[in-house]
Design a protein around this ligand. Sequence first.
Ligand code: IMP
Ligand code: MG
Length: 182
Amino acid sequence: MNVAQDIEKVLIDKDTIQRKVEELAAKISEDYQEKDLLLVGVLRGAVVFLADLAREIAIPVAFDFMAVSSYGTATKTSGVVRILKDLDEDIQGRHVLLVEDIVDSGLTLNYLLKNLKSRKPASLEICALLKKEIRQKMSFNVKYEGFSIPDEFVVGYGLDYGEKYRNLPYIGTLKPQVYQAD
Ligand code: IMP
Ligand code: MG
């Protein structure tokens, strides 16, 4: 069995992702010159993106991770978020860049931002590889945004469906029969 066999269409290929990652990393390297930058990855989806992004950033960075669970179905979040794993680092006075795979409704990030702000970081910004074009109930700005995509469920490059497909090197949509099989 091959992980690619369930993919209907490739939305963003490997090279296009790599170029965007380089572009975002260049901006980040410039904006955070001489600053103590902490990349906070949201487990598990942001791991692939964070690993590639960090390796293109030219300034010293530290990593930390948070795990959250958002209640809902396999393809939609409900907005009720629970912290499963908190940061190990104290972020007070530090420059925090929250790294996310995708902003869909924005509810997960909205919750995380509120939570992290209360810990008094020196600054707090968002870097998200993907943002869905519609349906955003959010009041925050994504300073570093990779791609704006249509309102379709996507997998690959860290993004999963039922914990599968995270290891695909590109971003794509699934064949309808994959959902029907569940
Ligand atoms: P939000 O709270 O609706 O913005 O959803 C954010 C989280 O839902 C992301 O961090 C993903 O884990 C997941 N998610 C949203 N859209 C997709 C998608 O198209 N594919 C895979 N996961 C998604
Ligand atoms: Mg997920």
